[in-house]
Design a protein around this ligand. Structure first.
Ligand SMILES: NC(=O)c1ccc[n+]([C@@H]2O[C@H](COP(=O)([O-])OP(=O)(O)OC[C@H]3O[C@@H](n4cnc5c(N)ncnc54)[C@H](O)[C@@H]3O)[C@@H](O)[C@H]2O)c1
Length: 668
């Protein structure tokens, strides 16, 4: 299809003529059949809701088709309306648009649905099993059409994938405002998602899927490499080097697939179990996994060899993580660091596969006998924790990877509680990311070169390296380690071949780093050293974006970890400080109802307006979180915000007074 034809198709939106039906493509990774949760009356409502997108003349055919999709998949995806063109992050100039900002958003959105990127592309799921960009293809088509027509005096409003419409606004307003899964709090249980998503009125946007900010596994490789490096520092201050040390975990999916590559970058031996052969194959063929094993004895022999030779290597086990842990515990395999990255935020719909069943058999049971499936998942979790406990008794350091592993294991009745309220093991945020990164303001800043030209990305890498090296020279000792880890990362980023999809880069940076890097990019765009606009963004999994008591805010200890003011304040504050788009989600990462997260996207086009917006918005976006962490008495955050107040005279943050614990001891 030519660029012109592509543009025509985007501008058309929902086709005037009913397109031919599309067949199921077995070569792609598909979402599992969702739970059959609607009553017959609700099913009729779901079909009626879906038909709202189409003219009456289509209804006779589509009503039957949508009913059969609902029966076959548990959802109405409207497969017939998948576009005929290939969806990927095209150069920005190829998108039909009235303004640069809208074209940049189309570039980002398309990347989230690229077959090389998305986990279940035909079901519009980007990662995490249920992280949706849209609920159905009509929403995609309409959104692209609206974006192609949008001016800088309009804002597109999106309710859980549904484009409510273009509304008059102004040039400084966000071009798109996204909310995903915002529920009345009492209707935020897992089954509520199943029901209201099946009705077509809400979706699970995860963090970066429904906000068009997913950049493939690179985003997470960096965070994971930093986590594993710092875990190495945690287990041994005298010998933090990971050479010859083993890191064991599970999952080769969207985010979890970054583990083998990240562990190798950190210098360790990675051993990752994955039950889905397609997921294993994807990571192996990408070169992110070095070797695949189906036999645990052979795997153990290979680990021994890697230990002896101090190889940095990644080994996948094609099978269930429960079997691996049980075998390792039985054979007393020495593992230094352990974790888990099955998608336990989504345990009943494909996030966790019970032991003793093949991948296919589990998928069948999930749809046909959900009660038994739930029992089997819980049985497996009890076994998994038992084996992990044996390993930690033997000296392994285990941490929860923010996937609701401990939460779900506790619900399963596994031996995972230290006492009534505390888990046995820390989360990676409590021990590592919180105190070492987030409290100082370091988080997953990212950018995308919308030219889609690798040369532009190389230029931005060089600019960012120079900026960080400059900052390092006068940085206080508290943040030197962070800066040097990131300087190393960005220097080696190109060599590590991390780009899948759009020309994107991730880099952990604090407010100062983010602002200075963005300013330098904007200048380079103005001077035509970078050939097209650059989009700035971040994972919601950051200093500020996310309120999640078992993950991002698990190292908040004043009780406020169960509040969601920070995420909402981020979303709103970014909106009026110049973000190009903003998004607020219920349910990313650890599960529906368990987290609220907010994020943004910002287009830099080399203009004075971009410069003004980036300074104002990035400053707020990071410092909101640090101020909140400081109020929760984190000493690292108190240090960071006091330092910022000295630099920025308009910043006045309420500081906590610290109480002598002895005074409290006998009060009650
Ligand atoms: N990487 C990070 O930094 C990070 C941070 C926070 C949270 N998480 C969490 O990690 C989880 C994984 O994310 P994802 O995007 O990779 O999800 P995903 O669903 O794409 O991948 C999970 C993988 O685990 C596999 N799996 C499930 N049960 C298994 C079992 N018993 N044995 C072996 N393999 C099994 C699945 O087949 C799947 O491929 C999510 O809950 C996410 O929220 C990751």
């Amino acid at each position: 299809m030519t660029v012109k034809e592509f543009q025509r198709s985007v501008k058309e939106g929902i086709p005037v003529k009913l397109p031919a039906a599309k067949s199921f493509d077995p070569s792609l990774n598909h979402a599992p059949k969702r739970k059959d949760i609607l009553s017959p009356e609700e099913k009729r409502l779901a079909v009626k809701n879906a038909l709202r997108y189409f003219p009456k003349s289509f209804h006779k055919i589509l009503s039957k088709e949508f009913a059969s999709e609902l029966k076959a998949y548990g959802r109405i995806y409207m497969h017939r309306f998948r576009p005929d063109y290939k969806i990927y992050a095209r150069p920005i100039k190829d998108y039909p648009a009235q303004c640069t900002q809208a074209a940049a958003i189309m570039h980002m959105l398309s990347n989230n649905l690229d077959h090389a990127i998305a986990q279940h592309p035909h079901e519009l799921i980007t990662y995490g099993g249920n992280g949706a960009v849209f609920q159905n293809w009509a929403q995609y088509l309409l959104t692209m059409k609206y974006l192609s027509a949008m001016t800088t005096e309009q804002t597109l409003v999106m309710y859980s994938g549904h484009p409510l419409g273009l509304f008059p606004s102004h040039a400084d307003a966000p071009r798109v405002v996204v909310t995903n899964g915002m529920m009345i709090p009492n209707y935020s249980k897992q089954d509520d998602w199943e029901k209201f998503n099946a009705l077509g009125v809400t979706q699970y946007g995860q963090m970066t899927a429904g906000s068009f900010m997913y950049i493939g596994p690179q985003g997470i490789v960096h965070g994971t490499a930093i986590t594993i490096l710092n875990a190495g520092r945690k287990i041994s201050k005298s010998n933090p080097d990971l050479a010859g040390k083993v890191f064991v975990s599970s999952g080769l999916g969207g985010m979890s697939g970054a583990q083998p590559k990240a562990a190798v970058i950190a210098g360790a031996i990675a051993v990752i179990a994955e039950i889905n052969p397609k997921a294993t194959h994807t990571r192996h063929s990408q070169g992110w996994v070095d070797e695949v094993f189906e036999n645990l004895d052979k795997l153990i022999a290979r680990i021994d060899k890697a230990k002896k030779n101090k190889e940095a290597v990644s080994l996948a086990y094609q099978g269930n993580i429960v079997d691996l842990w049980e075998k390792f515990a039985e054979k007393k395999v020495k593992v230094e660091i352990g974790s888990d990255q099955t998608s336990l935020h989504n345990p009943w719909a494909g996030g966790y596969y019970p032991a003793g069943f093949s991948y296919q058999a589990s998928n069948k049971m999930m749809a046909e006998d959900p009660t038994r499936f739930k029992k089997e998942v819980y049985k497996s979790l009890v076994r998994q924790v038992r084996a992990i406990n044996k390993m930690t008794a033997g000296g392994m350091y285990f941490f929860d990877y923010g996937n609701a592993f401990m939460l779900e294991a506790s619900r399963a009745g596994a031996d995972i509680m230290k006492d009534k309220t505390h888990f046995k093991y820390p989360s990676y945020v409590q021990d590592i990311m919180g105190p070492m990164c987030f409290d100082f303001g370091f988080g997953p800043f990212r950018w995308v070169c919308t030219s889609a030209d690798p040369k532009d990305l190389a230029t931005t890498d060089k600019i960012a390296t120079k900026v960080l090296e400059g900052i390092y020279k006068t940085a206080p000792k508290e943040i030197r380690q962070q800066l040097s880890d990131n300087i190393r990362w960005i220097r080696e980023a190109k060599k590590n071949k991390l780009v899948v999809g759009s020309q994107a880069r991730i880099l952990y940076a604090d407010a100062e780093g983010r602002i200075k890097i963005a300013e330098a990019f904007n200048k380079a765009i103005k001077e035509k050293k970078i050939s097209a606009p650059v989009v700035l963004g971040r994972d919601h999994h950051d200093v500020s974006g996310t309120d999640s008591p078992y993950r991002e805010t698990s190292n908040i200890y004043d009780g406020s970890q169960f509040t969601a003011d920070m995420a909402v304040q981020n979303f709103v504050g970014d909106g009026f400080r110049g973000a190009t788009w903003i998004s607020l989600h219920n349910g990313g990462g650890v599960g529906w109802g368990e987290v609220i997260n907010g994020g943004f996207g910002m287009v830099l086009d080399g203009s004075k307006d971009s410069e003004r917006r980036l300074r104002s918005m990035l400053f707020w976006d990071v410092n909101n979180g640090i101020a909140r962490r400081s109020w929760a008495r984190s000493k690292e955050a108190m240090f960071a915000i006091e330092r910022e107040m000295k630099r920025s005279k308009d910043l006045k943050v309420t500081m906590p007074n610290i109480v002598d614990e002895k005074l409290l001891k006998n009060l009650f």
